[in-house]
Write a protein that binds this ligand. Sequence first.
Ligand code: NAG
Length: 325
Amino acid sequence: MCVCVCVCVHMCVCVSVLLEAPDDVLLQRFQGRQVDPLTGDIYHHTFIRPVDDIITDRLEEGRGLSEEQRLAKLQLFRREVTGLSSTYQHVLKVVNGDQPHADVYQQVLAFVQTRRRSRTPRILLLGPPGSGKSHQARLLSNKYKMVDVCCGRLLRSVAADGSAVAQQIQPYLENGRPVPDSLVLQVLQERLSQMDCSCRGWILHGFPSELQQAKNLQESQYQPNRVFFLDVTDEVCLERIGLRATDPISGQRFHAVTQPAPNSKVQDRLQTRPEDRTPTVEHSLEQYRNHSAALQSVYPDAVHIDADQDPHSVFESLESKLTTD
Ligand SMILES: *[C@@H]1O[C@H](CO)[C@@H](O)[C@H](O)[C@H]1NC(C)=O
């Protein structure tokens, strides 16, 4: 049905959007409905056409309801909508659904983004290599469903997707040179603007690592609203990274304490990645120390967490600071 109330649930109902359209428009839309038998996706032979001809060829006419059933459904909706609207009035936006679907999407997206900007968690984890950023991001994401955005991993996956941006990024990754800030920022903004991030919030780590990057992020639409420094000494970082290892076959990373290999076969073939070797880590630690004062100046309200504790205690400290406002 083209009239619907979409409620985005995340800890509480924060946004609801009502797509409204006159009955005659809705009844007319019912008639051209088509269904993709493979995916169950719904199309319409005039309003919503598949981009791919392969899909067009396999579409089936919607096994529609009879005229009477449609009217009954519509009447039921008209009866319920008043109650629903008043229940969600504090978070409700009514959008005219009788427009091209791209326009409807833009209006809903704009509403969701402004509405959620202040409430959606947009977390930034900063800390030296080995301070546990990836692990804490994974724990937060598992529990609170925010999107885990690891900058390095994101760049590697974008570099592999065959796009125009991928071709720009690849040479840097292959030569082990840093990807230019403007390119990183472009990739990040693209990722953070996606629906999962704007609806569920995100946890960013691996960027920014110096002043100019932090300033650029502050000037974008994607300022973090909760910033954490995971504080830990160089000695501890070096010791922890010494426990990291990578499976050369799957590319998966393991850690002797927080994420051990699943079996001895995998364990036996693990290798240390170039960036986890001691001289490289020492260099990154020095770089982090060189820039951390400048980063702190950009985020004066950041919370410092003692990360030289077991991962679960670090997680509890993070959590307690997340929910206090
Ligand atoms: C850190 O700063 C010092 C002093 O400015 C500089 O000599 C050194 O090269 C920097 N180290 C790194 C890794 O950027």
